[in-house]
Every structure is written in C-alpha cells, then in structure tokens.
Design a protein around this ligand. Structure first.
Ligand code: ADP
Ligand code: MG
Length: 628
C-alpha cells in the first residue's frame, strides 16, 4: 500500500519560485507568517464546523474549536495547532505542494520581470499563505489527522525543492486537525518569546472566530489570549478603528489600511450582518481571469463558503463577509448559490455598498478619488453588466477630461459645464491620454471650449457603446459621425472668416474622394478641425475608431468599416490645393493620398500603402528641391 511508505516529492515549479523569492527577498515584515498560520487554522476549524452540521459525529467529544500556539524556546520551536478538519495524505500533497491561485503566478512574474526592489515590498500584499512559514523556519513539519479518519500523516520540508510525506502513528498526531511545527532559524528565535507571540496573535488575529490559547513553554498551563468572539456581531460603537483594521487584514490578506469600512445589520424580512471593506490598494488578484469575489458567507456564525457570489463581479475588490440568520445551514453550497434568499442578500448588500460609496463621494471627495483610482476600472464593468444600476454607477464614475487636468470629473460636473446648444456628452477613447489630447478630432471642441471625456481604459469602449444616457444626454464619440459642432457658437475672437464653402474646395473634396475610391467611405468638409488639415472619423453607426481597434485586436471584427476622411476647408494648404488647375492633376492625386496617410498617422496607424507612400513623399521632396 503506497499509503504506508515515505514518499519524497518535488514542489511544483511555481512553489519553488515562490519559496525562493520569499526567503531571498529582504522581507521587511516576517511577522505575517503567524497571521497566515492562524488564519489557516481558523479556516480549518470553520470548515469542520460546516461539515459537522450534516455529520455531527465528526466532532466526537471535542466540539469546541480551538487554536493552540505553543513555544519551545530551548529547542527554538514554535507550534501552531488546530482541532479543525485536518488533511488527508493527498490533500497535503495538493495543498502544500502546489499553488492554486492564478493571481499568485501573475504576481511572481511581475516581481521577477525586474522592478524587484519596489515590488518585493508588495509580497506582503498577496496571499503568502502557508509558505510564509519558510521566512522564519528552516524546516517545517505538518502533522495532520483528518476528521473522521484513523490515519495520520506528516509532511516535512526544508523548503528547498522537495518535501516528504509519511504516515505517522496516531499517538504522534493531533486527535483531530493539524499541527504545524516550525524549526525556527537562528535569527528568528524571538518568535518563541511569549509576549511577542501574544502581541502578534492579538494584534493580527485577535478577531478570528476561533479562540486562541498560548502555551509559553513545554509543560506550561495553556492561557487564553483571544476569545474567538466574532467582531461583526459586536455593536459598531464598541469597536475601535484599529480592531477593524486588524480584522480587515486577517480576512483580506491585505497589509494596508482599509479605504472604507462597511458594517451594518439588516433587519426585517431578512436578517444578516455585513462587515466589508474597500481595500486601500489593489489586491493582487483583482484582474484574475475568473473575476472571483472574495466575500465570505456565514450562516449564524458558521463559515459556509467563499465561493458564493455575494456581490456582483464588478465589486470583487470588496473584502469581508455576510453572516445570514435565515439561510438554512444544512444545504449544499450549490443550493445556497441558487437560493432566492441569497439573491435578496446580494441585492441588499450591493445597494448598501454603492450607497456608502456615493455618500463618501459627497462627503470626502479626496478619499473617494483614491478608491476610484484603484477600483474605477472594475466598477466600470458594472456599467455594461448591471443595467439596473447603471444610473447609480454613472453617478459614481469619475473621468479624466480635457478640463480635468490631473483631477477627476463627475458626469454631474460635466453636465453643469455644458455649453449652450451642446446636446451630448462628448468622449474620445484610446489608450494613451497624452495622445488623445493631441488628436486633431478635438480641435473644434477645444475652440468652442467644449469639454471632452478622455477614456483610456479598455472597458470604456464596451460600456459607452451600449448607448447609455446620463441626465437625458447621450454619449457621443468625437471620432464618429457628425461632430454636431455647428450647434455651439465659436467664441467671437476665435471665429474665422469661412473660406471653406467656396466651390473650389467642394470640387477638390469630390476629386479627393474619386482618387481614394474604395479606401474611404466618404470625404467630407470638417467642422471639428481648426488647426489640422485632416482627420479620420468612423461612420455614424457601428463602433467608433477606438472600439473598432479593440475588436480587431481581439479578432472579433468581421469587417472593418471604412473611415470617413474629414478635410478642414479653412486650412490654407487645402485652400491652395483647391485652387490648382488640371495641369497639376498628378500632383493633386499625390496630395490626396498623402492627406489620407497623414490622417492615418495622426490616428496612430501606418500609411495605407508603405511603398506608394514613400514614392509620393520622394516626388514631393524632389518637387520642393526643384523649386528651391
Ligand atoms: P490559502 O489559505 O489562501 O488557501 P495557504 O497557502 O495559506 O493558502 O494554504 C494552502 C492550503 O493548505 C489551504 O487552502 C488548506 O487547504 C491547506 N491548509 C493549510 N493549513 C491547514 C490547516 N491548519 N488545516 C487544514 N488545511 C490546511
Ligand atoms: Mg491561508
């Protein structure tokens, strides 16, 4: 039987990398290992509490969950033990030899891709988890006996590439649960000092919902250092800010200060408590593919799952828990997910969180701006995913604009500053704010002092094309369709004599259109240009220029719409070209192509035909030289 022998296995490559990083980075805060081990012990107790609802026999005569920290200063050993669910042999190999979270891998790649110096400080911000034990220990032994099993196993490793798993006699294992023994490094011996351990456990983990006991040295009387009272059932007025922060850190695995704390109890048709936090910085898994939320679900203080979708995906940055008084305990996690009770909790909690954010935005714009900077991109996903709350989310949204400088504008600010005659909320989408600001398409707006939102997150193109309105005003791309600028008067000092409507220019535009043929869908006189000669815009219907680019990059564009070439009829060069006679036909043809290529380059694209472009440019230079 394979179960009976010692097995040596190699860590998954990612684990080795993580361990190496952890041990070799000058890690500023090794203390966190204790929080991680206590958090695992508490999770194990809570999993057991949940299993025992349907299988009470698992508890036996040892029903009360407990975490014990035991120090042995003489042998430089530290033990963290729990009477939780425990692990089987396979679970140990899986849980302590691999890395499950995709975000961890992405994070390591960032750290390794350079920038190590600043990013190692960030290590503390992602779930360092069990492996953080190797920051303070040169050998870790994990002995575990799964609830209900009559076998026990020991996992052991020095964290240098391999680990061993072997069966152990039951006398050498906890009666139930897991014992983690750290053989501390020389420079980590202070982690056996009782006051140090008590201080750390209380400050970092004082609010885990399992009592913690300390044994100061072998043979000493166990002493209770935390009572396992769930923080969220206490009344708000009794809780100190630092208690919230500690709890936030232990539940979120974040090491910063929460940007906002949401603590309330809902009463009435449904009864539940919520303790949730908006983190002070971006969690490392914010952009994981699965976009999983991290709210834990409890039922009457029994941890049920962190897989229930307690919040919509666009609130996945919120960390915390919901404790329901009404959900049944003894149903499967899958059924809970489908439960109408959960749906109504989700609705209540979502509304409350959005409501709190709105209040914060009103009362403390600066604090709210920080939240928006970290999580705005994620919140904006709600603009196309949550139709019902779009209005609410649009109110929460903040934007950069041609008028914002480095600050943020709300749509209410925008609407209040709209010019007389202006009917739409204008935006320009792209990936780079500096380039957007320099775009020719903005000229006519700038001349009329019309504010344009500069949308640089990829997600922007998605919601903005779903034709939302704000305050009855539609959103309109400045790179698409007619600019509708005629509705807004130019300031008097900017008004130029309108040279553009001469019949020469109209004839020239028709000529350009014939020359470019199928390359463009139309050639039009522009009212949005004031300084540049040309620009491209998308036809009135369909994606705007930026959205088309995104769709194309994603391979989702069946057929690119041909752009419209807009020509500035008031531009001197255009007026001069328009005056040339038929004897200059070849030159005018070159000019038509070059104007189109210029517009493409201004849009960040390449000339339509590189070879032809070079030939035309060469002819143009030669012509200039011949004249000079
Ligand atoms: P996380 O806690 O985020 O899952 P960790 O690295 O802290 O990541 O732990 C990895 C896994 O190891 C846990 O998910 C759990 O399955 C297992 N584990 C760790 N400690 C214990 C324990 N004391 N009891 C039971 N399982 C544990
Ligand atoms: Mg953990």
């Amino acid at each position: 039987m394979t179960d009976q022998k010692t097995e040596t296995r190699t860590f998954e490559a990612d684990v080795s990398r993580l361990l190496h990083m952890m041990v070799h980075s000058v890690y500023s805060d090794r203390d966190v290992f204790l929080r991680e081990l206590i958090s695992n012990a508490a999770d194990a107790c809570e999993k057991l509490r949940f299993e025992a609802v349907s299988r009470p026999e698992l508890l036996g005569d040892d029903a009360k969950p407990r975490i014990t920290i035991a120090a042995d200063p003489d042998n430089r050993e530290l033990v963290v033990e729990d009477n939780g669910i425990g692990m089987s042999r396979d679970e140990m190999a899986e849980a302590l030899g691999t890395i499950a979270r995709s975000g961890t891998r992405a994070f390591m790649e960032r750290v390794e891709a350079g920038k190590a110096a600043e990013d190692t400080q960030l290590i503390g911000q992602f779930g360092v988890g069990f492996y953080s034990a190797f920051m303070v220990a040169d050998r870790v032994d994990v002995t575990s006996r799964q609830a209900g099993s009559d076998e026990a196993f020991r996992w052991s490793s020095d964290g240098k590439g391999t680990y061993e798993i072997a069966p152990v006699p039951l006398e050498a294992a906890p009666r139930r649960g897991t014992r983690v023994v750290l053989h501390l490094m020389e420079d980590a011996s202070s982690y056996t000092t009782p006051y140090r351990l008590e201080g750390l456990a209380k400050s970092q983990s004082g609010h885990v919902p399992v009592p913690i006991t300390l044994v100061e040295k072998p043979g000493a009387e166990p002493r209770d250092i935390a009572d396992g009272t769930a923080l969220w059932v206490r009344s708000k007025s009794e809780i100190k800010p630092e208690e919230y922060t500690d709890f936030y850190r232990s539940i979120a695995g974040q090491y910063d200060e929460p940007a906002s704390t949401i603590h309330f109890r809902a009463e009435g048709r449904q009864e539940y408590s919520v303790l949730a936090f908006v983190p002070g910085s971006q969690p490392f898994d914010l952009f994981d593919q699965d976009r999983k939320g991290r709210m834990k679900l409890y039922v009457r203080r029994v941890f049920i799952t962190d897989d229930a979708d307690v919040l919509p995906r666009y609130l996945r940055f919120v960390r915390g828990l919901v404790d329901s008084a009404d959900l049944p305990l003894n149903v499967s996690r899958e059924m809970i997910q489908e439960s109408p009770l959960l749906a109504s909790i989700r609705k209540g909690v979502t509304n409350r969180i959005l409501g709190d954010l709105a209040k914060l935005a009103d009362n403390d714009a600066e604090a709210y701006a920080k939240i928006w900077e970290n999580f705005g991109v994620v919140l904006k996903e709600g603009l196309y995913e949550d139709y019902e709350r779009r209005e609410q989310l649009l109110k929460l949204a903040r934007f950069r604009s041609t008028a914002s400088g480095e600050g943020w504008r709300s749509l209410a600010d925008y609407v209040a500053a709209m010019k007389e005659g202006q009917k739409a909320i204008f935006f320009m989408a792209g990936d780079d704010r500096a380039r957007l600001k320099a775009s020719p398409q903005l000229e006519g707006f700038r001349a009329r002092d019309i504010e344009v939102l500069l949308l640089t997150d990829p997600v922007d193109s998605f919601w903005v094309t779903m034709a939302p309105e704000f305050d009855g005003k539609p959103f309109k791309s400045v790179t698409q369709g007619a600019a509708e600028l005629a509705d807004v008067a130019l300031p008097e000092d900017a008004a130029k004599p309108d040279a553009g409507t001469s019949s020469d220019v109209a004839t020239f535009l028709a000529f350009v259109k014939t020359v470019l043929g199928e390359e463009v869908s139309d050639v039009k006189a522009s009212d949005r240009l004031t300084e540049s000669a040309v620009c491209l815009v998308a036809p009135e219907h369909g994606p705007d220029r930026q959205f088309e680019r995104l769709l194309n990059a994603a391979g989702r564009l069946d057929k690119a719409a041909k752009p419209i070439l807009e020509i500035n009829p008031r531009h001197e060069r255009v007026a001069a070209l328009a005056k040339l006679g038929d004897d200059e036909k070849a030159f005018k043809e070159d000019a038509a192509h070059l104007l189109y290529d210029e517009a493409r380059v201004l849009d960040g694209d390449k000339p339509a035909d590189a070879k032809a472009f070079s030939a035309r440019l060469a002819r143009l230079i030669d012509r200039g030289l011949a004249k000079g």
